[in-house]
Each structure stands twice: as C-alpha cells, then as structure tokens.
Write a protein that binds this ligand. Structure first.
Ligand code: BG6
Length: 482
C-alpha cells in the first residue's frame, strides 16, 4: 500500500541507526514506489550540517549499506532531504523545526527517535511545546526506538510522560523482530491454514525452543552493552515477542488492537524469570576473538551477561506443562534466529525399529534463510521398516524470487500508513518488563560470576545442563539445511 504524504523527521540523523537502517529503508521504499512522492525527509541533529552536508553523508551511507545503489533513484530522493540543527531538549531548536515543517506544508508528521534512550522523553516534551504533537488537518505520530525504559519503573514513567503529550494511537514503539517476514508469517501459518493450528497446543507440542545467536561481539558498543546486557537488549523485547507470537490465541481480527490484546494475555500468563530457571553467561577470549571483559568501554571485572538461557512457562489451557526454552548470546558460533516446535512422539509405535524414533519438529527460521522446515519420519525404501528423518522445506527467497523487505522498511511504511500491529503498546512493554525484572534485580544485586563460554562456541555448558535437567539438548541451528 502506498503511504500518504508526510514529513518524516529523524532525530539523530547523524547516528548509526539512521545511516545503517533508516535511510536505506526510506531509499528502498522510494525505489519500490512505496514512498509517497510528496513526502519529505527531515534530519535533525546537533551537527553543524547544511542540507547539502546531509545529502553528502546520506549518499555515502547508502553506498555503504544498500545493495545495488542506483544514482538515478538517489538523485530523485536527494532534493527531498533537508536538515535542521538542534538539541533534543531545547525549545528554540524545536521552534525552528516547527517553522521548517510549516514551510514544507505537508499535513502529516512522523517523528522518529533514532537517538539515545535518555532523549525520548525530552523529545516528546519539546514536540508538545512546539505543538507538533498536533497536526491540524492531518496526523502526527511518534516512533520510539528500543530500549523502551531500563526497567519496569522507568518504562512506566516514560509511558506516562509520553502519554501526557501523545495519545496511545499516535505512539509506535519499535521491536524490529516483529517485522521480520517469518515472525509475521507465524500468524499466517497458524491462522490461514487448517494444517498447523490443531496441533499447536499442549496435547501435541512437547516443548518449544527459541534461539537468537549472533557471531558478533559488542562491536564498539561496549559502553552501551555494559548498561544493557543480553536481558535488556534482546530478552525483554525480541525474544519475549517471539514467545508471544508462538503462544498467542487466534485474534478475532488481525488488527493492532486485537493482536496486541492477545499478546498481553500471553505475557500475563507467563512466569517471571527466576535465577534457578536461567543461566547468564559471558564470552571469554578464544584465540583472536577477544573476551567481553577486554572489549573497549567494558569494565575488566564486568559481570554483564552477553548470553542468557531461560525456561518460560505459560500458565493457560493451551500451554500448561509445555516449557519454552529460550537462549541468546553474542559471540556464538553462527548467526541464527529460529523457533523450533518439538512435537510429542506418537502414543503407540506399531513398527519394530532398530533406532528410537525421533519426534517431529517444525522449524521456523528468521535469520538466515528465512523459511520453514517440517522434519518428520519416513520409511526408508526397501524390505524394512527403518525410519529416516526427512524434511519439507519452504524458503522465502526460492519461493518468491525476491529479497524480503528489511524489517525497517516494513515498520516505516506501517508508521506512515498508521498500522500499529507490529509495534508495542504501553501495557505490552510493561508486561514484558514484569517478566524479566525479578531476574534483573536478583542478578544485579548478587556477586555471582556469569557462566563463562569461549567466544565462537554455542555458549556455556550450564545452558546445556539447564536442558539436560529436562532430558533435552538444544536444537543446533543449521542455516536451513536441517
Ligand atoms: C538489536 C540489538 O535490537 O537486535 C542488537 O540491540 C542485535 O544487539 C540486533 O545485534 C539483532 O538484530 P538482527 O535483525 O540482526 O537479528
């Protein structure tokens, strides 16, 4: 769907997120004809840039971060970029912004906070003071990046402050995992097919495993990561959202209100994390790969978790007794985000088998090779009843023959269109903090060392022990060749 015309204002245009994700997303939307031709992009930052400086920087960013940079497409987009110099908590700067937006004379605004989390409240307040939260004759929306708050208390406070200025329907809280195609396709898989949903419950699902593994370390973000750690960086948001997408009840309609109502119900049915259900790990040097404590900006005695594994329970009729095992870490063996539903074994096996039968698995890959694999048992040919594990595979790129849009393209377009389904609501963010908060506070007040693991491995053995207590082993992601 084409987006209505708007001014798209990026606070923090000189930063990494704008260069790596936001500008490339806007540029790709423009190339696909999905950005309204009247829309304008306004960069806001403290730098002493002119419009031309902004264009020069953004062109360099696009050349670096987009595939097949196209000069003609850039030449169409470049004149639609402009720059406002300003500070994030300064009345005058926001008055200049308001003046600039008035000159552009577009009816609608999307404000995007690609800035450090400490600035979000000030930006909202200044937008209110400059009356930019109102758009007479149009609409005004505020997109807020993650992390939303540092804990439950600060998330509540931030919600309260921002809601004094914007209505909930104007606020778009980002979790880019929701916009990954496989994450979106989970709903389609479940609710547009009769094949999967009947088994999607405790009667057939034995347990669920979710892995989000990254080979990168903290990549120059040591200072940020010291404050954040794996629990705040990805557990409180991406991983809990994936659990909720797997566990949610079918919404009556697939709209923002109904989908988010159902996710909040899942979060309310989930256990708060306790230390005994969790492993917190940290990577150590392995050959050339530095240990976390050696990274720039990191305390050499830091206890910060770069890995966590946890067991979630969902106490409702559908999922009672089905554990959800979730793990994520930096400097793991490979890049892989996937969800695996391990089904129960059949109640009776009428064959005489040499090997024990494997249970069926449904593997949903988010990164890389987005797609779905169903693993099941088939009889191997010939005079025997031996079973072999075989796979039915669906790969997005093979099927649709074009790359999936980046999550940020989807999110920016949705914010322009006014569809908040893939964004988080105030109560949802707070419900997510409620789940991780007890673990965060017990970990931060303890002196316990993290479980160390060698950079480039699959994490600490304690994470394997956590599963061994349930008689299980982690499913090893195989990049889609499962
Ligand atoms: C971000 C985290 O939200 O997600 C990063 O802050 C992480 O630490 C990133 O690397 C992973 O996203 P993706 O899309 O590359 O899997």
């Amino acid at each position: 769907m084409n987006a209505p015309e708007c001014s798209f204002i990026i606070f923090g245009i000189s930063g990494d997120l704008a260069a790596r994700k936001l500008l490339p997303a806007l540029y790709n939307l423009h190339r696909r004809g999905e950005l309204n031709p009247q829309s304008r992009i306004v960069g806001f930052a403290r730098r002493d840039w002119s419009d031309d400086d902004l264009r020069k920087e953004m062109k360099a960013a696009l050349q670096k971060y987009t595939a097949n940079f196209d000069e003609d497409a850039w030449n169409e987009l470049a004149p639609r970029l402009s720059f406002v110099k300003g500070a994030y908590n300064d009345v005058e700067s926001f008055m200049s912004l308001a003046q600039h937006l008035q000159e552009l004379a577009l009816p609608n605004y999307v404000f995007y906070t690609a800035t450090p989390p400490g600035t979000y409240e000030g930006i909202a307040r200044q937008l209110g003071a400059a009356k930019l939260n109102l758009a007479p004759g149009g609409w005004s929306r505020l997109v807020i990046e993650k992390p939303f708050g540092h804990d439950l208390k600060s998330a509540k406070e931030l919600n309260e402050k921002v809601l004094e200025i914007f209505n909930e329907s104007q606020i778009y809280r980002i979790d880019h995992y929701l916009a990954k195609e496989t994450a979106q396709n989970l709903a389609a898989l479940r609710f547009a097919n009769a094949l999967f949903e009947p088994i999607w419950r405790r009667d057939y699902v034995d347990h669920v495993m979710i892995t989000m593994a990254e080979p990168m370390g903290v990549e120059g973000r040591g200072g940020f990561y010291e404050e954040t750690g794996v629990l705040r960086d990805v557990f409180q948001n991406h991983l809990l959202q994936l659990v909720a997408l797997v566990a949610t009840e079918p919404p009556a309609r697939f709209d923002a209100g109904s989908v988010r109502d159902e996710k909040v119900k899942v979060f309310r049915a989930m256990n708060c994390l306790k230390p005994e259900q969790t492993v917190i790990g940290q990577y150590t040097r392995n050959g050339e790969l530095k240990g976390y404590r050696e990274e720039e900006g990191v305390d050499p005695a830091s206890r910060q978790g770069t890995f966590a594994a946890a067991v979630f329970k969902i106490d409702n009729w559908r999922w009672a007794g089905v554990p959800f095992f979730v793990r994520s870490g930096k400097r793991l063996k490979q890049k892989a985000s996937e969800i695996v539903l391990h089904l129960k074994k059949p109640p009776h096996i009428p064959f005489e088998l040499k090997q024990p039968l494997h249970a069926d698995r449904l593997i949903l890959r988010l990164v890389p090779n987005e797609g779905i694999t169903v693993r099941f048992n088939a009889k191997s040919p010939g005079q025997n009843s031996d079973m072999q594990r075989v796979s039915l595979d669906f790969y997005y790129d093979r099927q649709f023959k074009r790359p999936n849009p980046d999550a940020y393209e989807t999110l920016i377009l949705d914010a322009m269109i006014g569809d908040a389904t893939l964004f988080m609501r105030a109560d949802e963010v707070e419900a997510q903090w409620r789940i991780v908060e007890p673990l965060l506070s017990s970990w931060e007040s303890s002196k316990e060392e993290p479980a160390f693991y060698a950079a480039g491995s699959w994490g600490p053995h304690e994470a394997d022990d956590l599963l061994a207590r349930h008689g299980l082993r982690w499913h090893t992601p195989t990049n889609g060749d499962a």
